[in-house]
Write a protein that binds this ligand. Structure first.
Ligand SMILES: *Cc1c(COP(=O)(O)O)cnc(C)c1O
Length: 354
């Protein structure tokens, strides 16, 4: 018998599943409407990390009446529904797809970009997943499959390993990725047994999702290191969120702590205009300011790519603080991280240009 507090199923089963006992502030009737619009789940591990309901961790998972006030929000901001050739599969880019294997998560993030399905749809059956795998098999340009959801790590070891095995049996599929927030929000789930199953299907990559330095706990560290020790490179995707991480010092501390647990910051996302998230959205200017505070000021390894996901299925577009001040055939003037200007030979033949 495992001690109860190490048992992820126990932590999941003993969480908070209602606005009423989540610590949320405000009119109970309005909170009930917010909960109807998007379910509440705060597992017992993550609940234990929250100090005050409106602290950076509480804000991510405790429902707010502000979710009801978002005239500009849309259900499917990335236009994913239009890019689904078969159910549970998003095919937007030429050589890679997103395979949605469950719609359950270990917590329901109030800013979730897939609110229209997450926490609502039943887990796809083996037969439904097989239909998606058949599409991948007859579409040989697909060489990278991102297993996502929902959170794939909420499936049993056998079920997840079975899906990875089906994908691995497609000769044109080169790499498998699993996108999961579990190493951050329910790290006890990342057992040796799970890591061993994953490692049977190499090359397997994991991208996880930390948003705040306080989430980098000893338990989360153990989970990430266990994955890496099984040969699985771990990346991180952060969403820029007002009142959570929308300042340079917080993001800098986060990315430095991630590198220290062998997790490579991958993407920093502008918050998508999904329905009910107006109170989380920050300006693009703020995102660029945060990025400018990282580049040159800390390890290049720690600097994620800042992206906006273009509305209506345009895909990810990277944004950079302006480094090029002036450019002509002869010369390019660049600004470094300290704000100093340098002139460079644009043709690349001379060492210095006047
Ligand atoms: C983000 C995303 C991918 C993966 O993009 P990478 O830049 O390769 O990480 C694939 N498909 C969809 C629909 C996505 O949103």
């Amino acid at each position: 018998m495992k001690p109860v507090m190490d048992d992820w199923r126990h932590l999941l089963a003993h969480g908070t599943n209602h606005a009423a006992d989540s610590g949320a502030a405000g009119d109970p009737a309005a909170l009930a409407r917010a909960e109807t619009a998007f379910p509440v789940r705060i597992n017992a591990y993550y609940r234990g990390l929250i100090g005050e309901p409106d602290d950076p961790l509480g804000r991510q998972v405790i429902p707010s009446v502000a979710e009801l006030d978002d005239p500009g929000g849309v259900a499917d901001p990335l236009g994913e529904d239009a890019d689904m050739p078969v159910p549970h599969l998003v095919h937007r880019y030429p050589d890679r797809v997103l395979l949605l294997v469950t719609y359950q998560c270990a917590v329901y993030c109030r800013f979730c970009t897939r609110k229209r399905t997450v926490g609502r749809l039943p887990t796809p059956t083996v037969a439904e997943t097989q239909v998606a795998v058949d599409y991948i098999r007859r579409t040989p340009r697909i060489r990278d499959v991102i297993v996502s959801g929902g959170d794939p790590f909420l499936l049993s070891d056998d079920r997840l390993s079975g899906i990875l095995g089906l994908l691995r049996a497609v000769p044109t599929v080169q790499i498998l990725r699993v996108d999961t927030r579990v190493p951050c929000v329910l790290p006890q789930r990342v057992t040796d047994a799970l890591c061993r199953e994953l490692s049977h299907h190499h090359p397997v990559y994991v991208n996880t999702h930390f948003n705040h330095p306080r989430e980098v706990t000893p338990e989360a560290r153990a989970a990430c290191e266990r994955l890496v020790d099984h040969g699985i490179p771990v990346g991180n995707q952060t969403v820029l969120l007002k009142g959570v991480n929308d300042d340079p010092a917080t993001v800098k501390e986060l990315v430095q702590r991630l590198l220290a647990i062998r997790v490579k910051p991958y993407y920093l996302y502008q918050c998508d205009p999904v329905q009910g998230t107006a109170h989380f959205r920050t300006s693009v200017t703020k995102g660029l300011e945060i990025l400018a505070a990282l580049r040159g000021h800390t390890s290049g390894m720690a600097v994620p790519t800042y992206v906006i996901d273009a509305p209506g299925g345009g895909g990810k577009v990277p944004l950079l603080p302006e480094g090029v001040v002036e450019m002509s055939e002869e010369r390019v003037v660049v600004r470094n991280f300290e704000g100093k200007l340098f002139t460079y030979d644009a043709g690349g033949t001379r060492a210095a240009v006047k």
